[in-house]
Design a protein around this ligand. Structure first.
Ligand code: UDX
Length: 444
């Protein structure tokens, strides 16, 4: 049977989910409380940079299958499956996640649910949230027990959002304890995800807390892997070893694998840093903080990479940034994204500025967001522009256009040929042969 879907929250996750589900042939109504965002999306204008998403959005709008609204009444009337895709940011000054938006979504939707409905949580939440929301849903909904909550975490990566949504590695569904409700919910979700299941995607059913934990433990593992290789980078620097060779050699062991073993400036963005912190906070509440104290190390190793990067740049400049010009390549937290939330690149640029350097930043996509986040920095129109008259150039986000830079062309515009490769993205021999003083994190 064909379901009518709604998506609450049209940020990164929600906009992608809504557009992709419409592309699969469902009628989808997206909701956001932000009128300006709804107007932009309805006009086919994506508020974020995400390769390949805008054509999917436009196809949905043109087909008439995808629409957007600010009205909860309208989505309650329209849909039988409601996806909750609102944000769960880090609370100001705390490690814990701020659940205001998920709470509001349920409180706004539930009283309007007069007929059977499935509410599908996709947001990343602390373990225990789904059970609490389920109680609230049945209490507030006129449909009572016919309004059923399931938890269905989302694993999409920025830059690969469409691919990760339409061809996920796995579908995880946390079901209610009551067998009748669980059976019905599983049946509906199997229908919604039928095309992915037909393609062989593993479908894992679990209880609420397990499904919530799959998401945060996946992110904790990925963060740990990155910090592991960055800890090895610290040792390599002290021992005059090369962490890129070490990482390559480790990657051939199937048990270790090469993904997320890229040494450099470490992780940032809207997920990994806040998710490991919220996970630690939740473990504390559950009385098992010891189980996750290692994540504090993971976080600290990650932050130390930024400090080390600033130190290396300062060393190249003879010990001080004062009166010196630094060209920064990259502002986004990773390539193929315009997201600067907790961006290691922007953090390093701002620190050098605060220590007296004149910093000019260039990023292929994140300029508008970077300007808003760090208005005191200078911005260039291109990589060459940012590097003009620089005493040191720092590569902080490994966009393809920076990897492919011509060292001779860059040499012509700088004041001094100093470069620090914060992402181990360049070939040291090529750059040294072109007369550059090349330094990198974790390499001799
Ligand atoms: C992450 C998870 O991958 C995704 O499954 C989850 O749903 C949301 O969080 P995302 O934040 O989009 O996705 O970025 P990701 O590709 O995971 O990269 C995170 C950070 O790790 C980036 O700053 C990246 O530069 C860094 N990274 C990644 C490394 O430093 N080294 C690596 O080897 C890989």
């Amino acid at each position: 049977m064909s379901h009518r879907l709604t998506v609450i929250g049209t940020g990164y996750l929600g906009a992608t989910h809504a557009a992709c589900m419409a592309d699969l042939g469902f009628d989808v109504l997206g909701l956001d409380v932000d009128e300006a965002k709804v107007a932009r999306l309805a006009a086919g204008d994506l508020p974020v940079y995400e390769p390949g998403l805008e054509p999917v959005l436009r196809r949905g709008l043109e087909s008439g299958r995808l629409r957007f609204t600010t009205s909860y009444e309208e989505i309650a009337e329209f849909g039988d499956v409601h996806f909750v895709c609102v944000g769960t940011p880090q609370k100001a000054g705390e490690y814990a996640a701020d659940l205001t938006y998920v709470d509001e979504a349920i409180s706004s939707l539930a009283p309007l649910l007069r007929r059977p409905a499935l509410v599908v949580g996709k947001s990343t939440v602390p373990v225990g949230t789904a059970a609490r929301l389920a109680t609230r849903l049945t209490r507030l909904a006129p449909a009572g027990g016919d309004a059923v909550l399931v938890w269905n975490p989302e694993f999409l990566r920025e830059g690969f959002a469409v691919q990760d949504t339409l061809q996920p590695d796995r579908i995880v569904v946390g079901l209610p304890a009551e067998p009748g409700a669980a059976e019905h919910a599983e049946k509906v979700l199997r229908e919604v995800y039928a095309s992915m299941l037909a393609a062989g995607t593993p479908f894992i059913t679990a209880d609420y807390p397990t499904s919530e934990l799959v998401k945060v433990s996946a992110n904790a593992f990925l963060a740990t892997k990155i910090s592991f290789i960055n800890a090895m980078a610290e040792v390599c620097e002290a021992a005059h070893a090369d962490v890129t060779k070490l990482s390559e050699a480790l990657s051939y062991d199937d048990r270790i694998g090469g993904k997320f073993l890229g040494p450099g400036l470490g992780f940032g963005g809207g997920c990994l840093p806040k998710d490991i912190r919220a996970f630690m906070a939740r473990a504390g509440e559950l009385g098992v903080d010891q189980a996750l104290t290692f994540l504090r190390e993971v976080d600290e190793i990650n932050i130390r990479r930024r400090i080390r990067m600033v130190d290396l740049a300062r060393q190249q400049l003879g010990g001080s940034f004062i009166g010196r010009t630094v060209g920064v390549l990259g502002a986004a937290f990773k390539p193929n994204s315009d997201d600067v939330r907790d961006s290691p690149a922007l953090d390093v640029a701002a620190t050098i500025r605060a220590q007296g350097g004149k910093v000019t930043v260039y990023d292929p996509q994140a300029m508008a967001n970077a300007r808003r986040a760090q208005p005191s920095l200078d911005f260039g129109d291109s990589a060459l522009d940012a590097a003009r008259d620089a005493h040191a150039v720092l590569l902080l986000t490994e966009w393809a256009e920076f990897r492919e830079m011509d060292p001779s062309a860059l040499a012509e515009v700088v004041a001094e040929r100093n470069i620090v490769d914060g992402r181990n993205a360049l070939d040291p021999e090529t750059w040294r042969a072109a007369g550059w003083n090349y330094r990198a994190l974790g390499r001799p």
